[in-house]
Write a protein that binds this ligand. Structure first.
Ligand code: AMP
Length: 485
């Protein structure tokens, strides 16, 4: 069944079931269907033959879901943009996407559209369904194109693996819609007639509100980064009594520490924990493993599991040959969940995407190893880091720092604590006279950078140097800098 039909059927079967809850607002499946059909008809009329995707800029409002579905019902991909992304970067995303239209929740809410049938030209097969912009190493965000077929292969796998109760689940939506982890909760929830329970940025900013919201959420299926769950675990009452219906935790996006899994199993005796792994370029996740007590007893660090059926995960050496079991190599994903590439960036696409025996393949840049039939993630081959689940190219940050007039040169290093990136540290060679106070200078740079980049990318610490230490062959010596941390 077409994913859109699978979603729309709930408007008939369970019209009054809430499809989305966010803060004080609630939207039922029948409203979601009616509003997305009407908006789709409007988009189709308004844009006619003008090409291009529709950018949707907002946070966790119900109109975000209305706009996503309306756009694909009108045969176009949507570009989700969260409010945490500052205006300058949004500009670059909109230019990069060549968006035909920008929609915002408040505008959609004020539209007062007449009921209408959705247009006939909805997204099909290999048509782009969404375009997600991630950090690019040059300082330009890059748009990953995900087709309907990509998304359907991901959803079909998850539905086969997770025994979800139709119209019986409440999914936690922690990630902003501009981060592909949110695709997991959004579409698993919509496809099964579940309720998507969005945690808003205001609730995360005020932890008291967060736990009040969680306690009334009725969440049964938890989808978040491990960092977010770890933060919740600090609250002692975060347990099965707070969330009696909790059945499963699904993690993706960064390393799941065994201690986090262990604590969750203790606090939530009725729930299971899954670790899943994958890049945006291969539609959310590609491997999975159930993290039970037996697995915890056998493995530390934890494996990321096995590839989804129908997709191959290869560990290759520099020549592109498979390495023997137990040896380290680059993780390459081959299968129907692999994206056709980056939007309007053929050279970048050709660098990391290819065909293997006629099937699309993506070189992840991740180190991996197979042991006892399980895949282990062993870090990045390049300057990409994960901070609280967010994907950050250090090159992106450095390029943005260097464009500031006060900065002559910049390097950014991750500070690692207990095997996880804990903070980013920027090493700066100031241009011109250095201000008297390092503290004030750092604050000034944080403000300027905050206008260009999302807050999660702004380094927490700044160190100022006259010049960078050099390696023997004249490169900035990152190792020496790391010793200064
Ligand atoms: P993103 O495209 O934001 O989902 O980031 C993808 C990258 O996050 C992968 O290439 C990995 O480097 C990392 N990653 C994703 N899932 C996991 C996981 N379960 N364990 C460790 N790292 C992960």
């Amino acid at each position: 069944m077409h994913l859109l039909d699978r979603i729309d059927q709930w408007a008939r079967i369970a019209p009054d079931r809430p499809a989305h809850v966010s803060g004080q607002s609630q939207m039922t499946f029948s409203e979601l269907r009616r509003r997305s059909d009407a908006l789709a008809a409007w988009i189709d009329r308004e844009l006619a033959d003008k090409p291009g995707p529709v950018a949707v800029i907002g946070h966790k409002e119900p109109e975000m879901l209305v706009a996503f579905l309306a756009t694909v019902k009108a045969g176009r991909p949507y570009v989700p943009v969260d409010l945490s992304i500052p205006a300058q970067r949004v500009e670059r995303i909109l230019e990069g996407a060549q968006a035909a239209l920008v929609l915002r929740p408040a505008e959609i809410a004020a539209m007062d559209l007449p009921d209408a049938a959705a247009p006939a030209r909805r997204v099909q097969g290999d048509d782009p369904f969404y375009i997600l912009f991630t950090s690019g190493s040059t300082g330009e965000p890059k748009g990953v194109v995900i087709t309907l077929a990509n998304l359907e292969s991901f959803v079909a796998w998850m539905l086969a693996e997770q025994p979800l109760t139709e119209t019986g689940e409440v999914f936690l939506n922690q990630a902003p819609f501009s981060f592909d982890l949110s695709v997991m909760d959004l579409y698993l929830s919509l496809a099964t007639g579940g309720t998507l329970f969005s945690i808003t940025k205001d609730e995360v900013a005020n932890l008291k509100d967060l736990y009040v919201a969680l306690a009334r959420s009725g969440v049964t299926s938890w989808v978040s980064t491990p960092s977010f769950a770890q933060m919740c675990l600090i609250e002692r009452t975060f347990n099965q009594t707070m969330l009696p219906g909790m059945r499963r935790f699904l993690f993706c996006g960064e390393t799941l520490a065994p201690e986090t899994a262990q604590q969750l199993l203790e606090r939530f005796p009725e729930a299971v924990v899954w670790n899943t792994y994958g890049p945006t370029e291969a539609t959310v996740a590609t491997t999975s493993v159930l993290v039970d007590r037996e697995l915890l007893a056998r493995h530390s660090p934890l494996p990321v599991g096995r590839a989804m059926p129908g997709t191959e995960l290869l560990i290759l050496d520099e020549q592109g040959a498979e390495v023997p079991e137990g040896e380290r190599g680059e993780i390459v994903i081959v299968g129907p969940n692999v994206s056709p590439g980056y939007l309007a960036k053929p050279e970048l696409t050709a660098k990391v995407f290819s065909l293997r025996n006629g099937v699309r393949a993506y070189r992840t840049g991740d180190w991996g190893r197979t042991r006892e039939g399980l895949i282990f993630f062993e870090g990045r081959m390049d300057g990409q880091v994960k901070l609280n689940g967010y994907r950050i190219e250090l090159g992106d940050l450095e390029a943005n720092l260097r464009t500031l007039p006060e900065v002559a040169d910049a390097l950014v290093l991750p500070q690692v604590k207990e095997g996880r990136v804990d903070a980013l540290v920027a090493f700066i060679v100031p241009a011109g006279a250095r201000p008297e106070s390092d503290f004030a200078f750092a604050a000034q740079l944080k403000t300027s950078l905050g206008q260009r980049l999302p807050a999660y990318m702004v380094p927490r610490k700044f160190k100022f140097l006259e010049a960078f230490p050099m390696t023997a062959n004249g490169k900035a010596d990152r190792r020496k800098l790391a010793e200064m941390l």
